[in-house]
Design a protein around this ligand. Structure first.
Ligand SMILES: Nc1nc2c(ncn2[C@@H]2O[C@H](COP(=O)(O)OP(=O)(O)OP(=O)(O)O)[C@@H](O)[C@H]2O)c(=O)[nH]1
Ligand SMILES: [Mg+2]
Length: 221
C-alpha cells in the first residue's frame, strides 16, 4: 500500500472517530438540556473578549460554563474565569484545533444537568477546526473588521462549518475603512442566507442583539 493512500485512510478514520464522539456528546448535551455554542476564528479575532462579555452578562440569569482551547498557556481560561463561571483550559500542544474527545475529557466532573449554557472557544485557526464537529448546537465564526472583508472567500470551509457569522471589533470599523457591504456580500457568496451579527466587545455595540439571539436559541434547545 502506498504511503499516501495509508495517510488518507488514517485521516479518514480519525475524522470518523471524531464524528462518533461528537454525536455521543451532542446527545448528552441534549439530554442534559444544556445549550452548547462554539466559537472559531483566526487568532486574535476576539473570541475570548466576546466570551468574557457573554459569560458576565448571562451569568446573573443563567448557569454558564466554558471550555477554551489553545496550543499553549492558560491565559484565556484565566481571563474567562474572572466572570466567576467555571472554566477549563484545554491545552492542545501542537494541535491546531479541538477534537470531540478533548471536549469529552475536559467535561469530566462537570455536571451538565446543572448548566444552561456551555461555550467552547476553539484554537485560533481558520482552517483546521472546520473538519472537527465538537457536538455543539451552534457554531459561531468570528471575523474582525481588521482582518479584511475577503476572509469568507479565502476560507470558505470554516464559514460553511459554522451556523452564524459574527463581525467583531466594530469600534475599529471606521479606522480601518471596513466595507460592511462587501463583507456581507462575501459571507453570503460562500454561505447564502447565513445570519450575521456585528459586535464590539469593547464599546458594547451589538452585544444586546447578540445576547437576545443566544437566549432565544438557548431556550428553544
Ligand atoms: N478594539 C477592540 N479590540 C478588541 C475587541 N475584541 C477583542 N479585542 C482585542 O483584540 C485582541 C485579541 O482579542 P482576544 O479576545 O484575545 O482574541 P481571541 O480570538 O480570543 O485570540 P486567540 O485565543 O489567541 O485566538 C486583544 O488585544 C483584545 O483586547 C473589540 O471589540 N474591539
Ligand atoms: Mg482566545
Amino acid at each position: 500500500m502506498k504511503a499516501q493512500t495509508r495517510l488518507v485512510e488514517v485521516r479518514q478514520n480519525v475524522l470518523k472517530q471524531n464524528d462518533l464522539t461528537a454525536r455521543a456528546l451532542r446527545q448528552r448535551f441534549q439530554e442534559a438540556g444544556v445549550f452548547v455554542a462554539s466559537m472559531v476564528s483566526s487568532p486574535g479575532a476576539g473570541k475570548t473578549a466576546l466570551l468574557e462579555k457573554t459569560l458576565a452578562l448571562l451569568r446573573p440569569r443563567h448557569r454558564v460554563a466554558a471550555l477554551v482551547g489553545d496550543l499553549a498557556t492558560e491565559n484565556d481560561a484565566a481571563r474567562l474565569a474572572r466572570s466567576g463561571a467555571p472554566v477549563r483550559q484545554i491545552v492542545t500542544g501542537t494541535l491546531c484545533h479541538l477534537e470531540a474527545a478533548m471536549v469529552q475529557s475536559a467535561l469530566e466532573g462537570i455536571s451538565l444537568g446543572e448548566l444552561d449554557y456551555l461555550f467552547i472557544e476553539n484554537v485560533g485557526n481558520l482552517v483546521c477546526p472546520a473538519s472537527y464537529d465538537l457536538g455543539e448546537e451552534l457554531r459561531f465564526v468570528l471575523m474582525s473588521v481588521t482582518e479584511g472583508e475577503d476572509k469568507p472567500l479565502k476560507y470558505p470551509t470554516i464559514f460553511n462549518s459554522a451556523d452564524v457569522a459574527v463581525i467583531t471589533k466594530m469600534d475599529l470599523a471606521a479606522a480601518v475603512e471596513f466595507d460592511m457591504a462587501t463583507a456581507t456580500r462575501n459571507i453570503q457568496a460562500v454561505r447564502p442566507g447565513m445570519k450575521t451579527l456585528c459586535v464590539s466587545a469593547k464599546s458594547g455595540e451589538g452585544i444586546d442583539s447578540y445576547l437576545r439571539f443566544l437566549e432565544a436559541r438557548g431556550t428553544v434547545a
